[in-house]
Design a protein around this ligand. Structure first.
Ligand code: G4P
Length: 281
């Protein structure tokens, strides 16, 4: 399987990010709760050094709860502040303001000592493509009436969204790249739909999903399709094609259609809530 990446975009993204990061106090990093390590940028520790950090596990509605909890513990053990959210519905987002203040406590105390009161914390959303950055920002924009305009001199050309009197969010997220040198990471991101479909072999991806489901979520799969998983993934795919009436002319099985169907249902959590990576593995 050949997964193509676009290193050309990276250089520009990195430069923009380095500029934007100068303006902010806290980096809010979104990762996909279904694959929190694969959806993390490898250079973020370097890019965001000297900044306060918060890691948000997004799309928790599609992830397996027990592992989301395990991932929260994992990041906490590493010394990060973390929380779980659903950017689409806004679930978990109310608690973010107090959390951001807690993360930036040191800055708030410093400001207070210097007699600076009510200077908002400036935040920026970062993450790899498709992790939910725009959804997150839109959700806040809808909730908040105030859009803070340009700040001459300091934030030329940048728009800030005022979340409340203590936090402002940069309205353009920082787009980061995944660990592109790791093929396994690419496959996981393709499975959850973070990488564009057309550059991947759908059939092979479907077989990998079947193998993964057989080992980890066999019951969910069998319940969804009303079939028994076979020893060979290709045989299970054939069963699925029959169960879902994916047929070509002359009654031959349409494996492409069955693969697409499986991929779509897997990515949208129709089979069930699934986490691909576990902190203990
Ligand atoms: P990005 O800016 O980081 O690239 O990601 P974006 O917000 O565009 O989100 C990518 C997809 O993920 C969108 O789906 C969005 O609706 C979905 N999404 C974001 N957060 C969540 C979440 O917490 N839960 C769920 N279930 N989905 C989430 P899409 O297929 O591009 O559009 P649509 O299906 O919403 O129309």
């Amino acid at each position: 399987m050949n997964i193509q990446w676009y290193p050309g975009h990276m250089t520009k993204a990195r430069r923009t990010m380095q500029e934007d990061i100068k303006l902010i106090d806290i980096v809010i990093e979104l990762v996909d709760a279904r694959a929190p390590l694969s959806s993390k940028n490898p250079d973020i520790d370097d890019l965001a050094k000297n900044k306060f950090r918060l890691i948000l596990l997004n799309k928790v509605d599609m992830a397996d709860d027990q592992y989301t909890q395990a991932w929260e513990n994992y990041f906490k053990d590493m010394g990060f502040f973390t929380a779980r959210i659903n950017a689409k519905t806004g679930a978990g987002m109310k608690q973010l303001t107090p959390l951001i203040q807690e993360v930036c406590r040191e800055k708030l105390d410093r400001d207070k000592k210097r007699g600076i009161l009510n200077r908002p914390i400036r935040a920026m959303i970062v993450g790899i493509p498709n992790v939910g950055k725009s959804t997150f920002i839109n959700s806040f924009t809808k909730r908040t009436v105030t859009k803070v305009g340009n700040r001459p001199g300091v934030t030329k050309g940048k728009q800030w969204i005022r979340l409340n009197k203590s936090v402002e969010l940069l309205d353009t997220p920082g787009i980061l790249w995944p660990k592109f040198e790791d093929q396994q990471v690419g496959i996981r991101l393709a499975m959850i739909g973070s990488i564009r479909e057309e550059i991947l072999n759908t059939g092979e991806l479907a077989l990998r999903i079947i193998d993964f489901m057989k080992t980890n979520y066999r019951q969910l799969f069998e319940n969804r399709y009303g079939i028994v998983m076979q020893d060979k993934a290709a045989d299970t795919l054939a069963q699925l094609a029959i169960a879902r009436n994916c047929k070509l002319k002359g009654d031959a099985l349409d494996y492409d259609k069955a693969s697409m169907l499986l991929l779509e249902e897997f990515r949208n959590a129709k089979i069930g809530r699934i986490t691909l990576e576990r902190p203990d593995l």
